[in-house]
Design a protein around this ligand. Structure first.
Ligand SMILES: O=C(O)CCC(=O)C(=O)O
Length: 227
């Protein structure tokens, strides 16, 4: 159990820190067929990554969200939010992983797996749970290729948030995703390997100029294994 968290932490500690000043000058375009859930630095980028980045709003119901929170809360409550390490890639968080779930939650996770991963793709057994405090945020990083495969799929509980993807060697190329509460995001292939991803802190949480307040947020993240 400890292995996955340690591996992910190692991946996070390799975070790439990117200057954000270029964003102000960038052209923001929305992609109509993604229901205005993504804005990016150019139409070309939105088209290029359109098939590798998905956001499905309302993927789970309020009742399903409550079932997940109810199952996760007792374990999370035993841990403290970690704020102290200024150089960590995640600030203000507590985390755990879970291998076995009650039937209601297992059904939800099976739905996630069936839409996010190709049939037969070997999956990372434990599901990663990240609980971000209202003041918490995730800095730009690329998940370790040693421990995680081509696809990352995450449910967002309790809060809306903004996920930002930035090309690793070309920070003018970026994409913002509006992750509404109870949505599912999926990041695949180049978007997963060549772009950092991050969750913006509350004070920076704007989507296409619109303020998106961040509350405490729990993410439930499924990954496949590297081939
Ligand atoms: O909380 C999220 O949805 C993103 C998590 C993340 O960036 C990661 O675990 O690598």
């Amino acid at each position: 159990m400890k292995g996955l968290l340690a591996a992910l932490k190692r991946a996070h500690s390799l975070a790439v820190y990117i200057c954000r000043s270029c964003h102000a000058q960038s052209i923001e375009l929305s992609l109509k067929n993604h229901h205005e859930l993504m804005v990016g630095s150019s139409r070309e980028l939105l088209q290029k990554l359109g098939s590798q980045v998905e956001v499905r709003t309302g993927f789970i119901t309020e009742e399903e969200e409550a079932a997940l929170v109810q199952e996760l809360e007792p374990g999370l409550k035993k841990k403290r939010y970690e704020f102290d390490h200024w150089d960590d890639a995640i600030h203000g968080y507590r985390e755990t992983e879970r291998l076995s779930w009650g039937p209601a939650c297992e059904q939800i996770l099976n739905r996630v797996r069936s839409v996010a991963f190709p049939e037969g793709s070997p999956l990372l057994g434990p599901v990663h749970i990240l609980d971000l405090d209202k003041n918490g945020y995730i800095k730009p990083h690329v998940d370790s290729v040693k421990f995680c495969g081509s696809t990352i799929a995450g449910l967002s509980l309790l809060s809306d948030s903004i996920m930002r993807l930035v090309k690793e060697d070309h920070s003018q190329e970026w994409l913002d995703l509006l992750l509404s509460r109870r949505s599912l995001y999926i990041i695949r292939d180049q978007a997963r390997y060549n772009y950092t991803h991050e969750i913006l802190k509350d004070e920076d949480s704007f989507f296409n100029g619109r303020r998106v307040p961040r509350q405490r947020r729990i993410s439930v993240i499924c990954r496949n294994l590297p081939v």
